[in-house]
Design a protein around this ligand. Structure first.
Ligand code: S3P
Length: 434
């Protein structure tokens, strides 16, 4: 079993580069594959989750060539994709989505409109995650999807694709994955499909489809797409992932004396909620946007000043949903009480992240109360090194490696192979600061 051994670290200084954005890498590979021509994707995240999506597109007949010169040790980041237009070919075997909820849910939307049968599978964690949230709206569009994983609406998914009818669907939960699955299916429906979101969620699908020449109309909480639009080929640069930068943002902000720059990072406002939360916690962070070709990209500069408590909840939750585990670690380092609420979705991520964070913080001497939709953290107690599980969840493994940098003694994070799903180079950066 791979583990991290972490000791109390020193202040973080210098430049930290993080790999490509996971959400954008999945989408860029799918849209390039559906495009009518040749696209070059650079900055792609060669993690297990995104490579599973790449392999899924290959299995559907898309030609994808890796540029081996772009491999800096963790896999190629540059690919030339020969799009097949919106007509894919039937895969000959079940498609393995690995650990990736985003990959499976978006591919389900896309495959629902293809005239063949396909099957999507996942690892043990993905096989226990809820899929009825996409099956219900896609069934409304007359897609025929069976969940083969027991009564709970879990994977594998058997998709009998075909002609779809448009729909108007109000999301029962704030989920960009569900929104995107419906919009992608909407591309293959005859007419206008509208998704109504209760709260704004990450809008990479809308932005990226537009940059691939597809008209997507956003009017307040309503997002609409007309079926039958072609996807134009274009090159796409995937910026660094702010959800991966989050680990260093929290560590640097919490450690007085730190001075860190993170270049080439995606600064889409539907993802930068972590900066607002950290600023409320007293962090000194500067955001500099360098370019914007559909997605704002820039630099973050952090000066460590220590953290103070805050309240986290309401409309900001979808924006920071993936950053809450490491924000909870930051809250444990901030003297005073931090409340996290309205975050029940954390219970159906790669692990039950409320349960995992509460158990691991307690194991390290933290004072934390569990709530159904979040937690109350009484921060400022000196953390102690401990052996903590990752629960097979990449963000739990990385969040508790960061906790280890602030704990007395040694912290062992167990079962860290899961980090390869989103951030294969995490450990090499971690070692700089131990
Ligand atoms: C993602 C959306 C979020 C997030 C996930 C990536 C995406 O999930 O947690 O890591 O790329 O659309 P939900 O939309 O289900 O909350």
């Amino acid at each position: 079993m791979s583990t991290y051994l972490v000791r109390k670290g020193h202040s973080l200084t210098g430049e930290i580069t993080v790999p490509g954005d996971k959400s954008m890498s999945h989408r860029a590979m799918m849209f390039a594959g559906l495009s009518e021509g040749t696209c070059t994707i650079d900055g792609f995240l060669p993690s297990e989750d995104c490579v599973a999506t790449l392999n899924a597109m290959r299995a559907c007949g898309v030609g994808i060539e890796a540029d081996s010169a772009s491999d800096k040790g963790f896999g190629p980041t540059r690919y030339v994709v020969e799009g097949k237009g919106c007509q894919l070919t039937a895969p000959t075997e079940p498609i393995d989505c690995g650990n990736a909820g985003t990959g499976m849910r978006l591919l389900a939307g896309l495959l629902a409109g293809q005239p063949f049968v396909s099957e999507l599978r996942g690892d043990a964690s993905l096989s226990s995650r809820p899929m009825n949230r996409i099956v219900t709206p896609l069934a409304q569009m007359q897609a025929r999807i069976e969940t083969l994983g027991g009564d709970g609406g879990c994977p594998p998914l058997r998709i009998r694709g075909g002609t779809l009818v448009p729909t108007t669907y109000t999301l029962p939960m704030a989920s960009a994955q569900v929104k995107s699955a419906v919009l992608l299916a909407g591309l293959f429906a005859d007419g206008k499909t509208t998704v109504i979101q209760p709260i704004m969620t990450r809008d990479h699908t809308e932005r990226m489809l537009q940059s691939f020449g597809v008209e997507v109309v956003t009017e307040g909480t309503h997002i609409s797409i007309e079926g039958g639009q072609p996807i134009k080929a274009r090159d796409f640069h995937v910026p660094g992932d702010i959800s991966s930068a989050a680990f260093w943002l929290v560590a640097a902000a919490a450690q007085p004396g730190s001075k860190v720059t993170i270049p080439n990072i995606g600064l889409n406002p539907s993802r930068t909620g972590i900066l607002a939360v950290l600023k409320r916690m007293g962090a000194q962070i500067t955001e500099i946007i360098d370019e914007d070709h559909g997605e704002p990209i820039g630099r973050l500069e952090v000066n460590g000043a220590g953290l103070k408590p805050t309240e986290i909840g309401g409309e900001e939750i979808p924006n920071i949903i993936d950053e809450i585990p490491v924000l909870a670690v930051g809250a444990a380092l901030a003297p005073g009480t931090t409340v996290i609420r309205d975050a029940k979705e954390l219970r159906v991520k790669e692990s039950d992240r409320i349960d995992a964070v509460v158990k691991n913080l307690r194991a390290m001497g933290g004072d934390v109360e569990e709530a159904e939709d979040g937690m109350i953290i009484h921060g400022g107690k000196q953390l102690r090194g401990a052996t903590v599980p990752s629960y097979g969840d990449h963000r739990i493994a990385m969040a508790f490696a960061i906790a280890g940098l602030f704990a007395e003694g040694e912290t062992i994070v167990e079962d860290t192979a899961c980090v390869n799903t989103s951030y294969p180079s995490f450990e090499s950066t971690l070692k700089r600061f131990i």
